[in-house]
Design a protein around this ligand. Structure first.
Ligand SMILES: [Fe+2]
Length: 342
């Protein structure tokens, strides 16, 4: 085949550029799901773009991103809780995600103000109760706001205040009602604790299954995980004993948080990063996500896993912007400390 000289020089140049800037995308992730790895492999098979992963706890990765600054090899940071994404945004480490496709799929309230980050999936922080102790209609109008009522004294299981999920719930109430109201509310809530906060979200659900508490607050997807049997028979049996109640349905709706991602300001593979995020919100990837992590999809064309949708899918979601969870995080932490939420 005849190739003229300028084209040949151009081809040599391109191939050397390619060897310097390999066709890859580098991801820091704090999501702890093996199933995510399978998803990244699917992306590579579909696009030829290699995915390099570094995974660690959210805070450790945020510290690492801060200290690496512009020299970070990371193109994308994936994490859970809007509070974490807000922190990285606040350090000025993200750049806007410019993609019409993503904007069409991900609602505005689940993105940073200037698209610094986007949600990849949703989770609801809901109330769990024991099927043998309560009928649905007994709890019909239960809201976060009324969980501080004397009726629930010594009946509530919830994990400690150092957990970001709880901090974000409290931050959402501060954003809506202000600090004075939320402090009074939290004081009453602490008085209703069935026990000193201990364990993770699943431990709270198990406490309800074992009648150690009447109500538990935990994230929706943990029940899907327990019912899948992946966590063993003990958790499967506990999961079968409980149901989900979506709080505040006659008020502002259930508290929704997200798993999400942002692209680093210094990303050297921005186009690949955009392709990756577009893939993550695609129907194919969203189906994989909901069937493996039991989160709610961010793509409205995809249905949640049946393990979790059996408890209802047409519940009212809080319309508050998730960016508030970061904005009011410090105030939430101080407030929880003041009311003795351990
Ligand atoms: Fe979680």
């Amino acid at each position: 085949m005849f190739i003229n000289k300028p084209i040949l020089i151009c081809l040599i140049f391109l191939s050397s550029v390619n060897s310097i800037f390999a066709n890859e995308v580098n991801i820091y992730t704090s999501r702890h799901y093996d199933s995510d790895v399978k998803l990244y492999q699917d992306f590579t098979n579909q696009t030829g773009i290699k995915v390099n992963i570094i995974s660690a706890k959210g805070n450790a990765l945020i510290e690492r991103l801060k200290s690496e600054g512009e020299n970070t090899p990371a193109d994308i940071f994936i994490t859970v809780d809007a509070g974490n994404l807000w922190k990285v945004q606040n350090y000025g480490l993200f750049r806007p995600i410019i993609s019409d496709r993503i904007n069409l799929i991900v609602p505005k309230k689940y993105r940073g103000v200037n698209n610094e980050w986007i949600a990849l999936a949703k989770r609801a922080r809901v109330i769990f109760y024991n099927k043998q102790s309560y009928l649905d209609e007994d709890l019909k109008n239960l809201s976060y706001e009324t969980l501080n009522s004397k009726k629930w004294k010594n009946k509530l299981a919830i994990r400690s205040s150092n957990n970001l999920y709880n901090q974000s719930l409290v931050a959402s109430l501060i954003a809506r009602y202000g600090e004075d109201y939320t402090e009074k509310w939290a004081k009453g809530l602490v008085e209703n604790f069935a026990r000193k906060p201990q364990g993770n979200d699943r431990a709270q659900i198990i406490a309800v299954a074992n009648n150690e508490a009447d109500l538990a607050i935990a994230n929706s997807y943990y029940l899907g995980l327990m019912l899948s049997g992946k966590k063993g028979d003990k958790q499967l049996n506990a999961g079968k004993k409980v149901k989900i109640l979506f709080p505040s349905q006659n008020k502002h709706g259930a508290h929704i948080n997200i798993s999400g991602a942002g692209i680093m300001k210094s990303s050297k593979n921005y186009d690949n990063a955009i392709k990756f995020l577009e893939f993550m919100v695609s129907e194919k990837a969203q189906k994989h996500l909901v069937e493996n992590t039991y989160e709610y999809p961010i793509n409205s064309k995809v249905k949640p896993s049946t393990l979790i949708s059996q408890f209802g899918t047409d519940f009212k979601e809080d319309s508050i912007k998730v960016s508030n969870f970061g904005k009011y995080n410090a105030a939430a932490l101080k407030l929880m400390d003041r009311v003795g939420w351990q």
